[in-house]
Structures are given as structure tokens and as C-alpha cells.
Write a protein of this length. Structure first.
Length: 141
């Protein structure tokens, strides 16, 4: 019995359709590495999330089980902006979003990045009022 080529491709097509971009607030990861929910430990619940609305990025913080959205849109950083934060390692940063007034930024590393302070299990670092450190992409509630 001969199997149709379409039937052989069907599982792949179903898998691809399941992976298309969706709204990350539902817990599905997007192809944009900066969209989604993040925590300071991979097993912690989401502490902040990055969303995109009408082409602008926004950060919301989880405070007492309530999401509070910062009204100031985040700015996509240029290479020069990234170099201000990572003088010697800017080439290791793939993409960054920062609050123009300061106090928050999220940075996505290029594959193989070896920055000091980078967690081996995370491709992200965040800058918040209390300091900077690795963050982990987690499932959105």
C-alpha cells in the first residue's frame, strides 16, 4: 500500500500551525524573543510580561496576583543604545527593550553569548530598579 505524500506531510503541517505567532498572554511563546512572561528563577511564577500592542511594547508587573501595566511604551534599542549598557559585549546582545525614562530593560542574548552574570540556562537579562540579573522565560498565567 502506498501512502500519499500529503499524508506524510500532515504531521509536520499540524506542528507548524501550532507554532505560529500568538498572543503570549495565553502562555504560548512567540517568535519574538522579547514577548512573553519572565521570572528571576525558572520555577517561579511570572513576575513581569512583555506584550505588544499596535506595534509598541509594554511591560506589566505581577503585584499581589494582579497585572499592572506600565503606561510608558518600551523602546527597541539600537546597537548604540545596547553599547551603553554592555560596553565590551554589545555584540552578544540580539535585541533589547528599555523604558525611555530608565528603571527597566530586558535584553536577549545571541546564541553562545558568554557575558559575565549570564545564567547558563537563560538567554535573557533584565535591568530593574533594584539591579540587573538573569531572567527566565516562563509560561504566562
Amino acid at each position: 500500500m502506498r501512502t500519499s505524500p500529503f499524508l506524510l506531510l500532515l504531521p509536520s503541517l499540524l506542528l507548524l500551525s501550532a507554532c505560529r505567532d500568538r498572543d503570549n498572554t495565553a502562555g504560548v511563546f512567540s517568535s519574538d524573543p522579547l514577548l512573553g512572561c519572565f521570572a528571576t528563577h525558572p520555577r517561579k511564577p511570572a513576575e513581569f510580561r512583555i506584550e505588544q500592542q499596535q506595534g509598541q511594547y509594554f511591560v506589566s508587573f505581577n503585584r499581589d496576583e494582579q497585572w499592572q501595566r506600565d503606561t510608558t511604551p518600551l523602546q527597541l534599542s539600537s546597537r548604540a543604545d545596547i553599547a551603553r549598557f554592555f560596553k565590551d559585549d554589545a555584540d552578544q546582545i540580539d535585541k533589547a527593550l528599555v523604558r525611555p525614562t530608565g528603571g527597566f530593560g530586558i535584553f536577549h542574548f545571541n546564541p553562545g553569548a558568554t557575558l559575565k552574570g549570564k545564567d547558563k540556562d537563560s538567554d535573557y537579562m533584565a535591568l530593574v530598579l533594584i539591579g540587573a540579573g538573569p531572567v527566565f522565560q516562563v509560561t504566562c498565567p
